[in-house]
Design a protein around this ligand. Sequence first.
Ligand SMILES: [Zn+2]
Length: 342
Amino acid sequence: MSLHFLLKAEARSLSVVQVLAMSDEEALALFRQLRWGEGEQVVCPHCGMAHRHYFRPTRKIWRCAGCQDDFSVTSGTIFAFHKLPLRLYLAAAILFTNAVKGISALQVGRDLGVSHKTAYVLLHKIREGLLVGRDECALSGAVHVDGAYVGGKVRPENKKEDRVDRRLAENQDPDKRCILVMRQAHSEAEVAAGNVGARKTLTFIVKNENQTDIGKLAPAYIAKGSVICADESDAHDLLHARYAVRRVNHSQEFRADDGTTNNLAESYVSRFRRFHLGQIHKVAPKYLDNYANEMAYREDTRRWSNGDIFRDIVGKCARALVSRDWCGYWQGNHRQGERLAV
Ligand SMILES: [Zn+2]
């Protein structure tokens, strides 16, 4: 039996030790490279001018040759107005990278010697960077679809006579939400080249698994001509009009006689559940889209080396604009409402 990918040396191309050993200059050079690429030119975030702008090494800022404004390597990015050394942001990114089932803010706070508040916002900035930078091109080929309910577990009362029927809508927690997951399987050619499982995952937050929401999301994110694999839920019934749909009835079997499963969607849900139960414990509907997408990202990059994932994450954060939800979070700047997909 071949060695699991994560046990191979090629899976470990960067370590926390290496990141923490970086000098300030090395951390700056790395962030600069991941933001603007190789070469001498950097881009002013105020006016967009690409140039070899004047660099002031003591303050580590550039003076724009066009608009004369100053900017730092993080200006205009999700890490704008950074207060900690840049190295710690990179360290948070490698800790985040290495935690394949997610990491809690308390743990990052302990590892980096920063407060829970700081670590909480830092992790959420990374999650926001991943969501802003996600590739939303339509899925194609075989696409596995499923819905997973999150939150809203109503604790039963102590006495039996006080307990309510938790199946009824009026007795359910209003914070219960559904993650709708769509996963594109590797094509036959990609499988022949040694790939397994899914190649791309998209997640959406809906109030519940229903025909209307799925009927709107599927045409927007699944290309015509795709083959959809779904379970027996009637929420997927409208898809038959647009796509070839294969069904597996989970109350009877995990694999239909024709070989149909929606296991790729199920394996995403499994990773999300481990993250939810083992790391974050509670998830508010307000940030569920970020958490759901984090696990989608981890699934899709599961066969990348950790150095490649790290560079991709930092690059996405460097290209994500300042976040209104997370810049000044502890000064009272919060996302107003949850972000439902429909
Ligand atoms: Zn400028």
